[in-house]
Design a binder for this molecule. Structure first.
Ligand code: TXA
Ligand code: MG
Length: 350
């Protein structure tokens, strides 16, 4: 058991701090660091031993590969066999940024990183602290989200510390993450390229590059290509329900369900848009109401969902009623995370 050292990087890191982190990473340390999407738990991505430690720390299933983070597109050939022309175009447009590319891996990539697949997932994060740490380490950093496996991803350093402070050597605090949902994952080893996970680089933005969104059925067939999609994810401790109903009936349905559970003596939490909140009745019993943001502003909703799900756990919510978000643009990524959090408990009929 280790006790993490907390480093405040909200105003950046000093050259001495970067040197310390870089050399610790090269020696096999685990370092939690901020990215624009969520916090990552980083290790030397070229070292089997260091990467194995990530799996242990998170309790991550061995068959779930991890993303390698690089500080510059010039680092791609260190780990990938080839970059198809579409990959080059995507990198020019979206890196640094929340887009992960799956490419054919080369022999330098340890089997643990790719979980035995012949591919490697790569991204260049859009965060100065992340880029500086990768540069200081001088190697690609393997970094899954810095949460215990199955829990909501951490969007601030405190959330990561809740899960991992006894497992990692350093936690670098860069303040809250701007995007709030994990990167879009695109597989470039198939034709046409497919989206394996939705994120802030949306299906609409990727369409002009010939990247397609697989149907639910196709995604199931592709699951062996991205095993992470199979596992339990983002689940709060309480029983969560997703309400995918028309705007007109949504507030009433959520209010009625909340009342029913309150009558059973349950601790109820609501995760709703500000639009819906304005239409809810005053509850006489205790209900925890978390405002995700306005329906017109999916970016704010994305930045809030994991924090709100974690607060439900902190406050021991037993029943969590969540408003469904329209599945377009960034809404696809939000909706995907909320559906997983609810593990199939979806109300879509009035
Ligand atoms: O935004 C992000 O991507 C964050 C930050 C820290 O960069 N990282 C992240 O990592 O979300 P993780 O491990 O929580 O999710 C990685 C996803 C999983 O769904 C995994 O299955 C998929 O990427 N993945 C990794 N390597 C892959 C590969 N070779 N082929 C297909 N999918 C892969
Ligand atoms: Mg994750």
């Amino acid at each position: 058991m280790v006790k993490a050292q907390l480093i405040d990087a909200t105003k950046g890191l000093t050259p001495e701090q970067l040197q310390e982190l870089g050399s610790a990473l090269r020696d096999g340390a685990l370092v939690v660091f901020p990215t624009e999407t969520v916090y990552g738990i980083g290790a030397d991505g070229m070292s089997s031993r260091a990467v194995q430690r990530i799996f242990q720390a998170k309790g991550r299933p061995q068959d779930n590969p991890v993303i390698l983070h690089i500080a510059h597109p010039a680092m791609v050939p260190l780990v990938a066999k080839e970059l198809p022309p579409v990959g080059d175009a995507l990198i020019k447009k979206f890196w640094p940024g929340p887009l992960t590319l799956v490419l054919a891996k080369n022999d330098a990539v340890p089997a643990e990183v790719s979980a035995g697949l012949g591919t490697v997932a790569l991204r260049m994060p859009d965060h100065p602290v992340a880029l500086a740490i990768i540069q200081a380490a001088g190697v690609p950093l393997a970094a899954p989200s810095a949460n215990t496996s199955g829990k909501p991803s951490p969007t601030d350093a405190f959330h990561a510390a809740q899960d991992l402070s006894e497992e990692v050597e350093y936690i670098v605090d860069g303040g809250p993450c701007r995007v709030g949902v994990e990167s879009t994952v695109v597989d470039l080893t198939v034709y046409p390229p497919v989206i394996l996970r939705h994120g802030a680089v949306t299906a609409e933005m990727l369409e002009e590059y010939g990247v397609v969104t697989p149907s639910a059925k196709e995604l199931k067939a592709l699951q062996h290509r991205s095993p992470g999609m199979r596992h339990r994810h983002y689940a709060p401790q309480g029983e969560s329900w997703l309400f995918c109903l028309p705007e007109a009936s949504l507030p009433g349905a959520i209010a009625q369900t909340a009342k029913d559970y309150l009558q059973q003596g349950k601790r109820v939490a609501l995760l709703v848009t500000s639009d819906t909140k304005a239409l809810l009745p005053e509850f006489t019993e205790v209900v925890l109401v978390f405002e995700l943001g306005s329906r017109q502003d999916p970016r704010t909703i994305a930045a809030n969902i994991f924090r709100c799900l974690r607060q439900c756990d902190q406050l021991s919510a037993e029943i969590i009623l969540i408003e469904g978000i329209t599945e377009a643009g960034l809404g696809k990524a939000i909706s995907d995370r909320l559906r997983r959090a609810c593990q199939g408990r979806v109300i879509d009929k009035e």
